[in-house]
Design a protein around this ligand. Structure first.
Ligand SMILES: Cc1cc2nc3c(=O)[nH]c(=O)nc-3n(C[C@H](O)[C@H](O)[C@H](O)COP(=O)(O)O)c2cc1C
Length: 241
């Protein structure tokens, strides 16, 4: 990879970076039958492995799954968990029907499944930065997931995260040792096209919140914030949704 001497990104590079961020999607459909080459897969995994991690603990493993028997077992767990979740939807028949009609995984249709795991024992028990917040190890794995997701998008490969799977089932299916926890089950593959909007938005399940609704100034309670130095940003944010 060519690197600039100063480490400064050009305007074109910046633009490409934001394009990747905004065009990344969670993909569960439109997969095509094209194999991800080892060369491309290597690049994506290397990007994931360069994620930040608490105390540099690199607590992740990437289990690469192409075997159909394994995938069928994972799909069974998904189907079981999806049905269990229905009972938790507030008792509105329409909402339940909508949930059942959502496509929430691409376990069998995608080219490759990857289970990204967390190993709490790696380089432990003393890990710099993890002694107060024990979940910081899991946060690190999520950073690796996001790196993988974005690298895959650059390679025009769709990724879908399936969290409707029982971790106990996954542990058994994938022979995970007791110190290793599954964090993300991902389905990867080339796709016909990438959607412009999240599926859950186009299917009118939820909408993206306006940015201003999730920005707080100095403290949680925005009303108590009278500091005028934020006013310009506050007004700017309110103009856009
Ligand atoms: C931790 C996590 C778990 C998720 N689990 C699922 C899932 O089980 N099934 C699914 O269809 N999407 C799942 N998603 C994808 C979200 O639904 C998706 O990110 C969100 O709707 C926004 O869409 P976008 O990723 O295309 O921007 C998950 C995302 C995250 C971050």
């Amino acid at each position: 990879m060519k690197e600039s001497k100063t480490g400064i990104f050009s305007e074109d590079e910046k633009e490409s970076f934001y394009k990747v961020i905004f065009s990344r999607r969670d993909v569960r459909k439109n997969f095509v039958t094209k194999t991800i080459s080892d060369k491309v897969l290597h690049k994506i995994l290397l990007a994931a492995h360069h994620a930040p991690s608490v105390g540099y603990s690199q607590p992740w493993n990437f289990i690469l799954i192409r075997n159909n028997d394994t995938r069928n077992l994972v799909k069974e767990s998904f189907l079981k968990e999806r049905l269990k979740a229905i009972d938790l939807i507030p008792n509105k028949a329409k909402r339940r029907d909508k949930y059942l009609n959502l496509k929430l995984e691409g376990i069998l249709e995608s080219d490759l499944n990857i289970c990204i795991t967390y190993d709490h024992s790696r380089f432990g028990p003393f890990v710099i930065g993890r002694m107060t917040i024990k979940e910081a190890g899991i946060y690190s794995v999520c950073c690796a997931v996001q790196n993988l997701w974005l690298a895959a998008r650059v390679e025009n490969i769709g990724v879908g995260w399936v969290s409707i799977i029982d971790n106990i089932d996954l542990g058994k299916i994938l022979n995970l040792p007791s110190n290793v926890q599954p964090i993300a089950y991902l389905c990867l593959g080339y796709v016909k096209e990438f959607e412009n909007r999240p599926d859950l938005e186009s299917k009118k399940w939820l909408e993206r919140m306006p940015l201003h609704a999730v920005i707080n100034f100095e403290k949680w309670d925005n009303e108590s914030e009278t500091e005028s130095s934020w006013n310009s940003l506050r007004n700017e944010l309110k103009k856009q949704t």
